[in-house]
Structures are given as structure tokens and as C-alpha cells.
Design a binder for this molecule. Structure first.
Ligand code: HEC
Length: 277
């Protein structure tokens, strides 16, 4: 008997708990700014900027998003779904979308890898309200500390948008050597453990961030040139994440031009550490 009562009681608790979860402005004001900031940097900043004077990257700039119609930014090429939407973004709307990225707006092309967990959403949305100019709540003092100069912190914390952009997406190269008649494409995956994988079977390598904050990497087993190369660039150069087929060009040796760019996402075999198909 007691078991049955407990079961009924437990079943009744569920809807009550979720009904209390509505995002009131009072609750959002009390949310944790720093947690929201970290969540935005980790989950959103590879594709979105927030500040008034920033541009669109893979996703639209979100300044004043909470007073604009969904899909309403002139400069951005939205999916049909967003372009046809006729509601203004509110905290509750965004909350519902982030809880169910595919289901809430079927056909949208945002493509985040997973729903944002409930425990993160209020902090994230509160941070966004502040940083997109919707409210003028004060930011906590700690938000101004410059994490970038604190070298005791891991690179994932010092350079979160660089980290997320490079460690979870595909770096695509084109090796161009006109004199040797070489025009060769390969994909590189920088792994969080410092190793480098590629879609080319024998190609591998490693990377480090040195004491001057240069990202340096070495590749070997390349089917072109002398078969290996080393290259460094300042982490700051990658601080504004963008996706494009060709974003930079370097000259690793002789007359070779090496074009590099970043494509969103990675094939599944990379994540499980398997060999290229
Ligand atoms: C892989 C890139 C990517 C990531 C990561 C990403 N977005 Fe987006 N976002 C997009 C794209 C692309 C669109 C436009 C979607 C469409 O047109 O269907 C978009 C649209 C939006 C919009 C609607 C803007 C408008 O003008 O209507 C909001 C709000 C938004 N994203 C918030 C977020 C938040 C919050 C996160 C992190 C949890 C996030 N996005 C992560 C690419 C991304």
C-alpha cells in the first residue's frame, strides 16, 4: 500500500516541478552571468556574435535579437522556416527552441549538436539578454577579469571560441603547387588531446600552444611535398570563428600555397577515434 501511495505521489510531482520552470524576468535577473557566459562561449560563439558592431558568421549576429522578428535580420540568409516565422524572440521562445532544436522549428538550419540542458538555459538566456542590449542589469565584477592573460588556465578556458571552433569542426586544406602540378585537398581534425587526425590514411601529427600563445602543429605522412610540415599562427588570429572553404593562405615550402578553411562539424569516425573510412 505504501509503495502505491509513493508511486502516485512521485507521478504527481513531475508536472508540478516542470510547471514552475517558466522563465520569469525576475528569475532571469537572478541567474548566473558567468555560467551563462561560459555556456554561450562553449555552445554558441562558434556561430554567433552578440555585440552591436559585430557581423554575421555561420549564424546571424544576435544584437537586439529579443526585439526582432525571428528570421528578421536583412543581411542573413535564413532557412525557409525562420524566414517565414512571424513571432518576436522572447526568453520563453528561445528556451523552448534550445530545449528542442529540431522539433520547435522544424526545418531550421541551426544544427547544434544537442539540446541545451535545462540547468544551463536560464543562465544562458540571462547572459544573452544582457549582452544583446535587451536589459541593463549589471554584470558581475568577475566578468571583467581578463581570463586570457591567466596562463595557469587551460587553453579551452583562455580561448574558448578559438577552442570550440578548431576542436569540434573540420579544417580543410588545399595544397597547391603549380610547378609540380599538385592540387590536393585534405581534411584535418585537431583533437583536444593534442593529436591530429586526417581523412588521409597515413597523415597524422600533433599540436601545441606555445608560451607566446602561438598555435603550432606538425603534420607527417602527407602524400605531397616532402611529406611533412610545421606551421604556427597566433591564437588571436582565430579569435573570431568563421566557417568558409578558404580563410587563409600560407607558404609552407618552395612555391607551394597552402589554403586553409573551416567547415562546420566532423564525421562520426573522428569522434570515436576510429581510422578514416
Ligand atoms: C553551427 C552553427 C550554430 C551554432 C553552434 C548556434 N547557432 Fe544559432 N543559428 C545558426 C544559424 C545558421 C541560424 C539561422 C537558422 C535558420 O535560418 O534556420 C541560427 C539562428 C539563431 C537564432 C535566431 C536568430 C534570428 O535572427 O531569428 C537564435 C536566437 C540563435 N541562433 C541562438 C543560438 C544560441 C543561443 C546558440 C547556442 C546554444 C546557437 N544559436 C548556436 C547557427 C548556429
Amino acid at each position: 500500500m505504501r509503495v502505491i501511495i509513493l508511486l502516485i505521489w512521485a507521478a504527481m510531482l513531475v508536472p508540478v516541478a516542470s510547471a514552475q520552470e517558466t522563465l520569469t524576468m525576475a528569475a532571469l535577473k537572478e541567474a548566473d552571468y558567468m555560467k551563462g557566459k561560459r555556456s554561450f562561449q562553449g555552445r554558441c560563439s562558434a556561430c554567433h556574435t552578440l555585440a552591436a558592431d559585430s557581423g554575421d558568421i555561420a549564424g546571424p549576429n544576435l544584437w537586439e535579437v529579443f526585439s526582432r522578428t525571428a528570421g528578421g535580420k536583412e543581411s542573413f540568409d535564413y532557412s525557409e522556416t525562420l524566414a517565414r516565422a512571424d513571432f518576436v524572440w522572447s526568453p520563453d521562445r528561445l528556451d523552448a527552441w534550445l530545449a528542442d532544436p529540431e522539433g520547435y522549428l522544424p526545418g531550421n538550419i541551426m544544427g547544434i549538436p544537442e539540446a541545451v540542458p535545462e540547468r544551463d538555459r536560464a543562465n544562458l538566456i540571462s547572459f544573452m539578454l544582457i549582452e544583446t542590449g535587451a536589459v541593463d542589469w549589471p554584470r558581475p565584477e568577475a566578468a571583467f577579469a581578463d581570463a586570457q592573460t591567466d596562463k595557469s588556465k587551460p587553453p579551452s578556458e583562455r580561448f574558448p571560441s578559438f577552442w570550440n571552433h578548431l576542436m569540434y569542426n573540420t579544417v580543410r586544406y588545399r595544397w597547391e603547387d603549380e610547378s609540380a602540378g599538385e592540387n590536393f585537398r585534405f581534411d584535418i581534425y585537431f583533437m583536444t588531446d593534442g593529436s591530429v587526425l586526417s581523412n588521409q590514411k597515413r597523415l597524422n601529427g600533433f599540436w601545441r600552444i606555445n608560451s607566446k600563445d602561438f598555435f603550432c602543429y606538425a603534420l607527417q605522412g602527407m602524400p605531397v611535398g616532402v611529406g611533412s610540415m610545421v606551421e604556427c599562427f597566433p591564437v588571436a588570429a582565430m579569435a573570431i570563428p568563421r566557417f568558409s572553404e578558404e580563410l587563409w593562405t600560407s607558404k609552407p615550402q618552395g612555391a607551394v600555397k597552402l589554403h586553409g578553411g573551416i567547415q562546420p562539424g566532423r564525421p562520426d569516425w573522428v569522434e570515436i577515434g576510429a581510422s578514416p573510412p
